[in-house]
Design a protein around this ligand. Structure first.
Ligand code: ATP
Length: 368
């Protein structure tokens, strides 16, 4: 059993605030991802949990026990970093058993544990090989095996897959998830890759500039992002944002000549109540923007095709409003879609797919 509570953690390096007032609760056996751009404070948070860094203020509890005074080696935490250390002068077996030999385990028990973790990570056939001859992928597995063999209740992974190429990353991602579920360790996984966070984590903590933006399930992070930053950080290609104003049941978008999106009257009161002023940002994800030859639905927005990328399973189309060639509107169309460059299209969007943000606070005010 290992639940983790972080309470108002603060850490600065000189004038640089690395983590500001971070409070998080991670349930026993939960897999959470710390997600955010470079320099937002992910690694600093991880290092405070492991005990390698002391917070300036705030508290860290494991299962209700205050961890601040407990040294790293006594916290029961296993970790693996981006630049994993595998001893190339040892063979795979000795690398994996390295952590156990420091303890007082019998030779038979060590053998059992090494074989068990090697089975989980599918590297039993490599056990007698020298680590110096391993591929990067296998080295990664050995490093993971070495961190896992001590069976820590809490597992901290800092960008563990970032050295792998895309295909291997996808394979390891699926394996990591399976292993974590099998072992039931409470896991914190640091990444700046939204796909990794979305596919692996039970909950994602999105950080920016040392501040936690949102802590929620992948589904809610995608569907109910707390603000413009979170909405923009999740999704590929990124969400479309259109600045505009709201008046009497319609959004008028600045970058379009005739830029109206009309919404059902049932939302009128709600929108008036929620907006402090009329300036808004309307968000719509590319997968919810379709290009049509005839006007339909709630929008009268018109665009010209600028370019497109046929990606096999889908086609990403880049357009711009007739009146403003500098603004890019992204649409995901079906596989094989072949528009003519410069051709005019209507944007077909549905009310239920709109996100409405307050332009000043940047907060989400309404999901239709
Ligand atoms: P990355 O993904 O690039 O590793 P991160 O989100 O993990 O970034 P941190 O490494 O936690 O971010 O850094 C947060 C901020 O604190 C950054 O501005 C960084 O430059 C600063 N910082 C981190 N460690 C130190 C240090 N030892 N000394 C000085 N500044 C530091």
């Amino acid at each position: 059993m290992a639940n983790i509570v972080l309470e108002k953690l603060v850490k600065s390096f000189g004038k640089q605030i690395a983590v500001q007032d971070l409070s998080l609760e991670i349930k026993d056996k939960e897999f959470i991802a710390l997600l955010g751009p470079s320099g937002c404070g992910k690694t600093t948070t991880m290092n405070m949990v492991s005990g390698l860094l002391k917070p300036d203020s705030g508290k860290i509890y494991f299962d209700g026990k205050l961890m601040n005074p407990v040294p790293p080696g006594k916290r029961g935490v296993g970790f693996m970093f981006q630049n994993y250390a595998v001893f190339t002068f040892l063979n795979v077996y000795d690398n994996i058993s390295f952590g156990l030999k420091i303890g007082n385990m019998s030779k038979e028990q060590i053998d059992k544990e090494v074989n068990e973790v090697a089975r989980l990570l599918q590297i039993r056939h490599l056990l007698r090989m020298s680590a110096s001859g391993l591929s990067i992928n296998d080295m990664q597995r050995v490093a993971l095996a070495r961190s896992m063999i001590t069976k820590p209740q809490i597992f901290l992974l800092d960008e563990p897959l970032s050295n792998l190429d895309a295909a291997l990353r996808a394979v390891m991602r699926a394996e990591l998830k399976k292993i974590q579920q099998e072992l039931g360790q409470t896991t914190i996984y640091v990444t700046h890759d939204q796909v990794e966070a979305m596919s692996l984590a039970d909950r994602i903590a999105v950080m920016n500039f040392a501040i936690l933006q949102q802590y929620d399930t992948p589904h809610n992070i995608y569907n109910r992002p707390k603000n413009l930053f979170v909405a923009n950080f999740i999704g590929s290609p990124t969400i479309n944002f259109f600045e505009g104003t709201y008046k009497s049941g319609a959004f008028n978008l600045n970058d379009f000549q005739k830029g109206n999106i009309a919404v059902s009257s049932k939302y009128n009161g709600q929108i008036d109540d929620m907006l402090k002023q009329q300036e808004v940002v309307v968000g719509i994800r590319p997968e919810h923007v379709k290009l049509s030859d005839s006007k339909s639905g709630i929008s009268e927005l018109r665009v010209k095709i600028a370019s497109y990328e046929p990606l096999g399973s889908k086609t990403v189309v880049y357009c711009h409003p007739d009146a403003n060639p500098e603004i890019i509107v992204k649409s995901i169309m079906a596989s094989g879609y072949k528009p003519k460059l410069g051709e005019s299209k209507w944007l077909e969007i549905k009310e239920k797919d709109l996100y409405l943000f307050d332009k000043v606070s940047t907060d989400l005010v309404l999901r239709f």
